[in-house]
Design a protein around this ligand. Structure first.
Ligand SMILES: Cc1ncc(COP(=O)(O)O)c(C=O)c1O
Length: 400
């Protein structure tokens, strides 16, 4: 018998080697208590959270929590069914209406996760005969959506407008074309030149899907994302998003003005063949989305936090993923996995949690310490965070 697990041997060896040094496992941390969107207890210690996607700090919003509790009481713990059978409650319709209002779009379809939204929409609209042109640094859910639909995949160099245009021009005349982009790329925290890329895509007859998972709620005047900030949201055919980041719960969605959009509800397998979100989740999401419409102050405080942390880390001598802060994500580039893991542990011992990211999630084989800021981090907390980076950086030799 061939052991089907033998393909994982190199990863098992790498992990064992890393942990044999006595290092805390960076991928097995437990949040023993969560006190707020910015503080948790880990290993019995108060820990500032700088590695969550809770950009707008909605997880403990009193209105959001109350809406969830009420729905739990009134509708029970789960729907036990698909959206197309018994799994559409008034709350599912209400959250889709909240999304239509938030984005000012005609249609909204809610999935059980953002992963499934990409999987479902991409695989359903682009099939075997169609071409998907996508940024090489696209999220796994985008690649998996392409694979599920069996489309021809044409990747282009990250954020390279000319490369996108060249790939589009090479596709046979008359073929179906979908360009898939992200607003914010979550590993390095950089944004896409959507204005130019959407123009090139349209000029070459392609439909455009933009995943705004990491920009919703924060970027753009109304928090609609990078497409809004760059003034081209009306030219985008499909926006994908998630409830697991700024919205503060779990779930995914697609919004669109396409006149035939609603047919997706009957033909999209990751929408049809899975249970719908629990009533408490859609109630928290709807309340959160409506509050995010009116959160300009939080958005500007989050920008301040992002600028302060970026400038402070740079001053300390760390190498960052972007020259200027472009989003709520600031990536600190580590020389290698060993140093990255040591720095991650030193920060945890200081009382700071960040994400350790490594290949295949990261581009160009990089090890990153990904910091994601929250609108509820105070100025003092950002100061504390910089002090922890200074101490951990010196202790591990990452900075002098
Ligand atoms: C760009 C992007 N799209 C989609 C997703 C999936 O979101 P969810 O957590 O809702 O499955 C993620 C999650 O990290 C993401 O970064």
């Amino acid at each position: 018998m061939t052991d089907l697990f033998s393909k994982f041997d190199p990863l098992i060896a790498l992990r064992e080697q890393l942990l044999s040094t006595g290092l805390t496992d960076p991928f097995n941390l437990v949040m023993e208590r969560v006190e707020s969107p910015t503080v948790a207890i880990c290993n019995g210690r108060r820990t500032i959270l700088l590695g969550t996607y809770n950009y707008m700090g909605m997880t403990f919003d009193p209105d959001v929590v109350a809406a969830g509790k009420q729905a739990l009481d009134e509708f029970g713990a789960g729907t036990t069914g698909s959206r197309v059978l018994n799994g559409t409650y008034v709350g599912h319709r209400a959250v889709e209406q909240a999304l239509k209002d938030f984005y000012a779009m005609d249609h909204a379809m809610v999935f059980s996760t953002g992963y499934q939204a990409n999987l479902g929409v991409i695989s359903t609209i682009a099939g075997k005969e169609d071409y998907i042109v996508l940024d090489i640094d696209s999220h796994a859910s985008i690649y998996d959506g392409c694979a599920l639909g069996n489309a021809q995949i044409v990747p282009f160099r990250h954020n390279d407008i000319e490369a996108l245009e060249k790939r589009l021009k090479r596709i046979p005349e008359g073929a179906g074309k979908l360009v898939v982009l992200e607003g914010v790329y979550s590993m390095m925290g950089d944004i896409a030149p959507l204005r130019e890329m959407v123009a090139v895509s349209k000029a070459n007859g392609a439909m455009v899907l933009v995943d705004e998972a990491h920009s919703m709620g924060f970027i753009g005047e109304h928090g609609r994302g990078v497409a809004e900030a760059q003034g081209i949201i009306d030219d985008v055919d499909f926006i994908i998003g998630t409830f697991s980041k700024s919205v503060g719960t779990v779930g995914g969605f697609c919004v669109s003005n396409h006149p035939k959009f609603e047919i997706l509800r009957l033909v999209c397998r990751p929408y049809v063949f899975t249970a719908s979100l629990p009533p408490s989740v859609v109630a928290t999401a709807a309340t959160s989305i409506r509050k995010l419409m009116d959160s300009a102050d939080k958005r500007s405080h989050l920008w301040e936090n992002s600028k302060r942390l970026h400038a402070g880390l740079r001053q300390l001598g760390f190498t960052l993923g972007t020259d200027e802060p472009q989003s709520a994500i600031i990536a600190v580039i580590m020389p290698d996995l060993e140093k990255g893991a040591a720095m991650w542990e030193a920060l945890l011992n200081e009382g700071l949690y960040v994400n350790l990211a490594r290949p295949p999630a990261t581009p160009a084989n990089m090890t990153l310490l990904r910091c994601s800021l929250c609108a509820l981090h105070t100025e003092e907390q950002v100061g504390e965070i910089l002090g922890m980076f200074a101490a951990a950086g010196r202790a591990t030799g990452c900075i002098s």
